[in-house]
Design a binder for this molecule. Structure first.
Ligand SMILES: NC(=O)c1ccc[n+]([C@@H]2O[C@H](COP(=O)([O-])OP(=O)(O)OC[C@H]3O[C@@H](n4cnc5c(N)ncnc54)[C@H](O)[C@@H]3O)[C@@H](O)[C@H]2O)c1
Length: 329
């Protein structure tokens, strides 16, 4: 009997590492997911860990060792990104399946270390690029399947997050869209033209990023933390269609049937209602149970991180203070 079919006999015991903003959502969803049993949550912030554990009726422990001690089959990691490698390697060393939040790690090297360890141990490794499971994104992907994609433009803007981490908008936000561009085009990004600026924060808080994929698609990401409201919009131009999606309202529209006189038809596409995080975690459980590659692999997570880091290293990013000084001079 295979390991997968053995695990199938009972719900998977899953733990969550880091129950801040994202991890508490992981725990909430896992607590109600068929095929899963939320075994416990790990967080050094005891008050937060106990608050979540009490609400969801599971154990609270301070760290990954405590969680592994509860006997878990799988964990999801939503601790700060600089801890992803350390936590993932500890779990993988014990044969535990891992879903790690995006970005997979702080560096490409650390991401590859996690991939190698998971492959060696034969455990499932999935990366939490949750936007892939947004029903609006799925509708866009369906609409452009088989089409000759020409260009993609993505806007992901909003106000500053309540608590600043030590990363800027490229690693925090644009990495979602880099993954979407690679996924929509089924192609790698081979050219990067980034423009970054820091208007308020120390790290970049505005980024305009342009890309070319190996398949010849031009793509553009507009992201910042200086917009008073959240917006997440995707447009895809193909030779025969123009598809527009709002990832927040989940409205997806396509223009098609272009005529020589400039007229065309337009229709709203049907979009599902599933919670993206629920679909993502179900996909993680399914990959574990079937032993098939997960919907978002470690390699895909590293590829998107690599492009994000390339945006940071190839940009002539000038901090706002220096820019203001140069204006005065
Ligand atoms: N997929 C998405 O859309 C999305 C959205 C937000 C955050 N994230 C990712 O999730 C991760 C967490 O982000 P967040 O915004 O929830 O951060 P957060 O600061 O709200 O939460 C992090 C939690 O981890 C805990 N923690 C710190 N050290 C720990 C350790 N050694 N072991 C266990 N827990 C520890 C903290 O006490 C805190 O409660 C990051 O990697 C981030 O990039 C992804």
């Amino acid at each position: 009997m295979t390991q997968a079919s053995t695990i199938n006999l009972r719900p998977l015991r899953v733990g969550v590492v880091g129950v801040g903003v994202m991890g508490s959502n992981h725990a909430r969803v896992l607590a109600g997911l068929p095929g899963a049993e939320l075994a416990g949550v790990a967080d050094p912030d005891a008050k937060q860990a106990e608050f979540v554990a009490r609400a969801l009726n599971c154990a609270a422990v301070p760290d990954i060792e405590g969680l592994l001690g509860l006997g878990v089959d799988a964990i999801t990691i939503a601790a700060p990104t600089h801890l992803h490698r350390e936590v993932a390697l500890a779990a993988i060393a014990r044969g535990v399946h891992v879903l790690v939040e995006k970005p997979i790690a702080s560096t490409v090297e650390e991401g590859r270390e996690i991939i190698d360890a998971a492959r060696h141990a034969g455990v499932t490794l999935m990366v939490g690029h949750v936007e892939r499971f947004n029903p609006a994104v799925e509708a866009i992907k369906d609409a452009i399947r088989g089409e000759d994609i020409l260009s993609i433009a993505i806007t992901r803007v909003g106000p500053f997050p309540p608590r600043m981490s030590n990363v800027g908008v490229v690693i925090d936000l644009a990495v979602h869209d880099i993954d979407l561009i690679r996924w929509f085009t089924d192609s790698d990004i081979i050219e990067v033209q980034p423009q970054l600026s820091s208007a308020v924060a120390e790290r970049e808080d505005i980024a305009l990023l342009q890309f070319r994929t190996a398949s010849g698609v031009l793509a553009h990401i507009n992201t910042n933390w200086l917009t008073p409201f959240k917006a997440r919009n995707v447009t895809v131009a193909t030779r025969r269609k123009y598809v527009m999606g709002d990832l927040l309202t989940r409205q997806v529209t396509e223009c098609f049937g272009f005529q020589p006189d400039g007229s065309y038809s337009m229709r709203h596409l049907s979009v599902g209602h599933a919670e993206p995080l629920r679909s993502e975690l179900l996909a993680f459980l399914q990959a574990i149970n079937t032993g098939t590659p997960p919907a978002v692999t470690g390699e895909q997570g590293v590829a998107s991180l690599e492009i994000a880091i390339q945006c940071l290293t190839t940009s002539s990013h000038q901090p706002a203070v220096a820019r203001r000084a140069s204006v005065v001079v």
